[in-house]
Design a protein around this ligand. Structure first.
Ligand code: HEM
Length: 482
């Protein structure tokens, strides 16, 4: 009897699951053929390569079929994949109100999860307009000196490794430089205090920037209210406690100093002012957003710089040209120093950075959630509210229809002469539309300062142990070298 019952249950379950995997075809939308349980997810997800690589594959399959968009499944969750550039622009800009969320977990009872990236609607708008003034050119200029000094530390590390005839581990030196920069700029930690806390800061920084595939899966499968009522936390409690303590220390120290010097300078000064101005900003919001700046600014720029240094070591002509640019700008100044204003003269560096982010965009797919039912323009097809959407920017940026010679790192791709043969609108590495990366100018500044310290006195070649072709870390959704 029990066997019959199990058999009936099994058959029922099979048909329910089969029905779930017909979500897109029932809406007359072409879909990637789903596999039992896995959906469109590739078996390789458990072994190698970037785990979102299956989205990149879906792009090519859909493109071959001649459609402008299609559907796929993250296990049993339907995901919409727009691939036509005009449609993508509509989603990200014109019809932004229907896709105004990143669709990622956040909950008011788990305050550290409520940051600028996860928030939506009016709350996000207010937060974005509150935080935007921290990244104006005037504010970047005030942060420049801090970054420039940490750049000198980076160069000292290279000098030390050279004197000991040791190979330089670019990822590690870059990560150390960026930790200093973030600690100073977004947590207000002074250089002296940083010496004491750096180990701890790095430790907790590692925890928050670590890949969190299991958490992502839970957050995408279960109701967020249910998760929180079960005691779920975005980060382990210790992490939240550590970053709250740091911000409290920094705020207290600034309060004491501001009695003497009444100037509003950096990110923390601005958010402290917001806290005072009639409660626009709570202490918890400061902690949540400073912590997010760590996540946003650390791994993305570490990866970009690591990829770039790798390609420079492989392409000596590009490396020499970039060094010449840096030296020629430095030579114009009495002490050979490079000023904030000089950064905008580093045109070839801009081309190299744009090109490396084309080849390896830190976020290979732009996430969106449908926030208002959406009729796909020119069709009677409907995207339901709540549908997860992924814009496959890694595939688009490597599509020969849009970029000449897309599989090769070639900064000339970004020269003004070649722009005509490329489709400028197909470059999305910092996102697009109202949710464009808020820190993109800051990112360019920290990358350029690292480059000038890496390159002005040293030449790089690949180490015997470095593979000729890169593979990707498979336990993070970011595009990081393995
Ligand atoms: C190479 C470095 C970086 C890359 C490739 C990058 C890329 C991105 C991308 C693709 C997005 C999503 C955009 C969208 O959904 O349309 C984003 C959002 C964001 N990024 Fe960056 N980013 C970088 C560095 C930084 C840095 C250094 C900061 C600040 C310290 C930062 C702060 C932010 C913020 C605050 C958002 C959320 C914007 C919003 O939702 O309103 N990013 N970034």
């Amino acid at each position: 009897m029990f066997i019959y019952f199990l058999a009936i249950l099994g058959v029922l379950l099979y048909f329910i699951l089969k029905h779930k995997h017909s979500y897109w075809t029932r809406r007359k939308i072409v879909q990637e053929k789903p596999r039992f349980l896995l959906g469109s997810v590739d078996k390789r997800i458990f072994k190698s390569g970037n785990p979102t690589q299956f989205v990149r594959d879906a792009y090519w399959n859909l493109k071959k079929k001649g459609v402008k968009h299609g559907g796929m499944y993250l296990f049993y969750t339907p995901i919409w994949i727009p691939i036509d550039l005009n449609l993508i622009k509509q989603i990200l800009v014109t019809d932004y109100e229907s896709f105004s969320s990143h669709g990622l977990y956040h909950h008011k009872n788990d305050f550290i999860s409520e940051n600028i990236f996860t928030k939506e609607g009016e709350e996000w708008k207010t937060l974005r307009s509150n935080l935007s003034p921290t990244f104006t050119p005037a504010k970047l200029k005030t942060m420049y000196d801090i970054l420039y000094n940490f750049g000198h530390h980076l160069e000292a590390q290279i000098a030390d490794s050279c004197s000991k005839r040791q190979a330089i581990r670019i990822r590690e030196t870059t990560a150390s430089y960026l930790t200093d920069v973030i600690a100073a700029c977004f947590f207000g930690i002074e250089a002296d205090r940083l010496k004491e806390t750096k180990r701890e800061f790095e430790h907790y920084g590692n925890v928050i920037t670590q890949p969190r595939p299991l958490r992502l899966l839970l957050e995408s499968l279960l109701s967020w209210n249910l998760l929180v009522s079960l005691g779920y936390n975005f980060f382990p409690k210790k992490v939240t406690h550590f970053f709250s303590k740091l911000i409290k220390e920094a705020v207290d120290a600034k309060e004491r100093n501001n009695l003497k010097i009444r100037v509003r300078k950096d990110y923390l000064d601005i958010v402290m002012q917001l806290m005072k101005d009639g409660g626009h900003f709570s202490f918890e919001e400061v902690v949540a957003n400073s912590t997010f700046m760590y996540i946003a600014g650390y791994e993305t720029s570490t990866s970009a710089l690591s990829y770039l240094m790798f390609e420079l070591a492989k392409n000596q002509d590009v490396q020499n040209k970039l060094r010449s640019e840096i030296l020629s700008i430095g030579n114009n100044n009495a002490k050979g120093e490079i000023t904030y204003e000089d950064l905008s003269k580093m045109k070839y560096a801009d081309m190299c950075i744009t090109e490396i982010l084309r080849c390896y965009p830190a976020l290979p797919q732009l996430p969106r959630a449908c926030t208002k039912e959406y009729r796909i323009p020119g069709t009677d097809q409907i995207i339901e509210k709540g549908t997860l959407t992924l814009i496959p920017i890694w595939a688009i940026q490597n599509d020969p229809d849009y970029f000449r010679n897309p599989t090769k790192f070639d900064p000339e791709n970004m020269s003004s002469e070649n722009k005509n043969s490329n489709v400028e609108d197909a470059w999305f590495a910092f996102g697009y539309g109202p949710r464009l990366c808020l820190g993109y100018k800051f990112a360019a500044m920290q990358i350029k300062i690292a480059l000038l310290n890496y390159l002005r006195n040293y030449k790089y070649t690949l180490n015997d142990k470095t593979p000729e072709n890169l593979t990707f870390d498979y336990d993070t959704i970011l595009l990081c070298p393995a």
